[in-house]
Write a protein that binds this ligand. Sequence first.
Ligand code: NDP
Length: 283
Amino acid sequence: MPAKLLDGNLLSRQLRTEIATASALLAAKGTKPGLAVILVGENPASEVYVRNKVKACQDTNIYSELIRLPVTVSEEELLLQISALNDNPKIHGILVQLPLPKQIDSHRVIESIAPMKDVDGFHVANAGALMTGKPLFKPCTPYGCMKMLESIDYPIRGSRAVIVGASNIVGKPMAMLLLQAGATITICNSKTKDIAAHTKEADILVVATGIPKMITANMVKPGAVVIDVGINRLPDGKLCGDVDFDGVKYVAGWISPVPGGVGPMTITMLLQNTLEAANHFHH
Ligand code: NDP
């Protein structure tokens, strides 16, 4: 019996309709939510992400500004741009598309964003607030994964959750959100011995490593919820996740596809965070 699909496109459409309505209402009260996206250089993958984000803003009544800077831009110039956006009352959320060119210290750049406008949730103040259970903004990708679990009414409390991948933007915040929702968590990284021994125990398995199809059917507990965060481009140009979808779908109870799973949810939660930022500003 194949797994049920965690359809990120469908869920995103539902959530974006709600966001569009709430944004229009807030605009009618005088605060139109606004997002600024900064793109440095011409990385093709970043170009696609940024285009999708700006388009999603248009579809949900969110004002957006795309600021393009050349790959040679200095760190000081980028920091000046962010400082201006921090003071701009039309802008409630600021997103700097990563990765940044080598001459720029990403950490310094992220720390220069006002925490109230840090809709990616990467600022150390937001990361710390998440750790203590009171985040201003939840990082968009893990937030999207939590919404997927919520959409199927999954009983997280008391479940075993295994997160493969421990980055600051996906694995670690994902673990915090699941822990706070009452799961017992295991976080695996590249040094973990016998990954399968852990993944086979998981009721909820979230995978974010950047290794195409690393999770195979024999590594998954029958009936588990499998959320695949990975986005990898294969030599033939097709996208695939970190989970071997074609095999794992016969073992899992639920599975998210790539594309059409976590990707659209990440953008949707960026819109949600921008709306929340505008709401804070309005009150
Ligand atoms: P990073 O490269 O920052 O982190 C990868 C993590 O995976 C690290 O913690 C690393 O361990 C761990 N890892 C690497 N190899 C293995 C292995 N063999 N076994 C177990 N763990 C391993 O990646 P990101 O978190 O930024 O992204 C992960 C994937 O998710 C990528 O494919 C990326 O494109 C995708 N992504 C998708 C998003 C979406 O919207 N759907 C958003 C963000 C990312 P260690 O800490 O030891 O180095």
